[in-house]
Ligand binder design. Structure first.
Ligand SMILES: [Zn+2]
Length: 271
């Protein structure tokens, strides 16, 4: 029985993956600690999602990538067996500003935000830094695979990062995702105007979420990332998934990682 990816078949994924290229090392999050460290003197390491640079090999590609193989709090994971926590703090978004820049380094697009877009979760304070999208999704829910996942990456006050994940299932096209697709500049270029990408528009009405302690899903797989995966799942069309994959030269997701006894908390309405 073929594995299903929220109605994207394994065959479809395979066809797209065969078109995938090995991606060069790139600071996916555009943040300190997300790229190669200054201590590395070797030539840049090619990591990616296919072939010799595929996720299962990341840990051996560079001494800086050791956590990708040896880490115990890695992301993404299958969000299952979660513990309901009705008293968990709400996600309080205070987003308002338009994106500052959309850049496309030839492999992946990043939407960069200026200061002033904050997220508060109890005593934790975060500031939105950037946003990007994976096809297909990285996190699973109860073993279910989804065709896409958006990541809103925040710097954490007094800490490392907090990432809000938004999952998509196949259905009607998402107008906000379409705005992102339309804003993609030519590879190697950056756009600073001509788009409206307010981060608030990517958020669903329901703010229930899954929470666990994880990592970057790209090398160097740094841990200390507070994950908040929204429970409400938005829709995306097959055409949009295909377009995003084409813009990234293939699918760009890391497989799920060992849970290693971590607890996943959830709060809010069931999807
Ligand atoms: Zn991501």
């Amino acid at each position: 029985m073929p594995r299903r990816f929220g109605f994207v078949s394994a065959d479809q994924i395979g066809r797209a993956c065969r078109q995938a290229l090995i991606l060069p090392l790139l600071p996916v999050l555009g943040l300190p600690g997300s790229g190669n460290s200054a201590s590395s003197t070797e030539k840049p390491v090619d990591w990616g999602y296919w072939g010799a640079g595929a996720p299962n090999n990341w840990g051996s590609l560079s001494p800086d990538f050791g956590l990708c193989a040896d880490g115990t709090q890695q992301s993404p994971i299958d969000l299952t067996g979660y513990v309901e926590n009705a008293s968990a703090p709400a996600l309080t978004f205070n987003y308002g500003g338009n994106a500052r820049e959309v850049s496309h380094n030839g492999k992946v697009a990043h939407v960069e935000y200026g200061e002033g877009n904050t997220l508060t979760v109890g005593q934790r304070r975060y500031e939105l830094a950037s946003m990007h999208i994976h096809v297909h999704a990285e996190h699973q829910v109860d073993g279910q695979l989804f065709p896409a996942e958006m990541h809103l990456v925040h710097r954490k006050e007094g800490g490392f990062l907090g990432v809000v994940g938004q999952l998509y299932r196949l259905g009607d096209p998402d107008p906000v995702v379409q705005a992102l697709i339309d804003a993609y500049p030519e590879p190697g270029q950056a756009s600073q105007s001509g788009f409206t990408l307010n981060a608030a528009d990517f958020l669903p009405a329901d703010r229930g979420y899954y929470h666990y302690d994880g990592s970057l899903t790209t090398p160097p797989c740094t841990e200390g990332v507070d994950w908040y995966v929204l429970r409400e799942i938005r829709t995306i069309s097959q055409e949009q998934v295909n377009r995003i994959a084409a813009l990234h030269n293939g699918f760009n997701h890391r497989p799920i990682q060992d849970r290693n006894g971590r607890t996943v908390f959830s709060t809010g309405a069931l999807p």
